[in-house]
Design a protein around this ligand. Structure first.
Ligand code: AMP
Length: 328
């Protein structure tokens, strides 16, 4: 699919001596894996090129993938190609220096919120941006080089963004691309240990979530993780936010969300919305957010606004349940 765009992208990469890779704020396994994976492929294939991945946004649980490049002077960006991966809107690009680059390529699998860039390769049905990078490699495998390290980065994002190949969007193509990565020697036992083992104290936090979780009349499961709860369990915002998956297996709760009180002066609350069967992104979009149909993010600025969001989500789920069959 999109062979012509992929060819254009490879052509652009060949034209530039210097390439910078960019990803979204609040990084995750997919955008980290995709940028690191593409960087490694480009370095192996074109050793004469300078390829940079500069981002001071650190994700503790992804530290095992290794560090990023040191910052460079602004003028280094000006004659370079920017490749932005996994980021639907410019506002969400983490390293803002992308504006200094000469040309920009967008590679993304989110529902497009806006068009940006000189070349756009967007496939919103892909289960991860890493799957797109694997597909890019597979398309040009006669020309591009890969190794175990690059495949591990890419496989990381394929696994994390698809919920271990569970979510909607996973299809035969996903698994064929994953197979190509595995064939490069990814150590899955080690990778899964890095990604999924949990600290004893974190499981205690999860137990508290199960104790405090609530559900709306029509089946939206939710939990507020306020600062007091974050402090009680000694959690960073990032660690607290990771609990959204805890609510994902409740029969009848076809949408679920967590509200995480941010540590800012505005009193903002991060909302992570998830669903099965019913798309939840319309609710996210109404509250300063967006994302995927079944996995979106939003921001509200008070608990009363959070309650309003919940009422909207409840009405949305009610409508879906009344007009559809087959959900569980
Ligand atoms: P999260 O719950 O923050 O992991 O978000 C789920 C998905 O929605 C991710 O793919 C995010 O990139 C996307 N997303 C989160 N917050 C926003 C936002 N404010 N605007 C647009 N997309 C978002």
């Amino acid at each position: 699919m999109n062979e012509a765009i992929k060819k254009q992208i490879l052509q652009k990469i060949k034209e530039y001596d210097k390439i910078f890779l960019f990803r979204h704020i609040r990084n995750d396994g997919d955008c980290v894996g995709a940028t690191k994976g593409l960087k490694r492929i480009l370095q192996l294939t074109f050793p004469e090129k300078q390829v940079y991945l500069i981002d001071d946004d650190r994700a503790e649980h992804l530290e095992f993938l290794g560090p990023e490049d040191e910052p460079v002077e602004d003028q280094e960006y000006t004659d370079a190609l920017a490749i932005v991966i996994d980021t639907a809107s410019e506002a969400r690009i983490s390293n803002k220096k992308y504006t200094l680059c000469k040309e920009l390529i967008k590679i993304d699998h989110h529902i497009p919120l806006e068009n940006y860039g000189d070349i756009m390769w967007v496939e919103e049905n892909r289960s991860s941006a890493c799957e797109m990078i694997a597909d890019f490699y597979a398309t040009f495998r006669d020309e591009l080089k890969i190794d175990k390290q690059a495949a591990t980065y890419i496989y990381t994002g394929m696994v994390t963004d698809s919920g271990r190949f569970k979510y909607e969007g996973v299809n035969g193509e996903t698994l064929r691309n994953a197979a190509i990565m595995l064939d490069c020697g990814v150590d899955t036992e080690k990778l899964y240990a890095h990604l999924y083992l949990e600290a004893f104290g974190y499981l205690k936090f999860k137990a508290e979530i199960y104790r405090r979780m609530q559900i709306t009349e029509n089946g939206v499961a939710y939990i507020y993780v306020d600062k007091a709860m974050q402090d009680e369990f000694g959690l960073t915002i990032e660690q607290a936010s990771a609990c959204v998956g805890t609510l994902d297996s409740i029969r009848g709760a076809i949408a679920w969300m967590v509200f995480i009180e941010n540590n800012d002066d505005e009193g903002s609350i991060r909302v992570r919305l998830r669903s099965r069967f019913v798309a939840i992104n319309p609710i996210a979009e109404k509250y300063n957010g967006g994302g995927h149909a079944m996995a979106s993010g939003a921001t509200v600025y008070s608990w009363s606004e959070a309650e309003q969001l919940l009422r909207d989500a409840d009405a949305h789920v009610k409508e879906y349940k009344e007009t559809h069959e087959g959900w569980l």
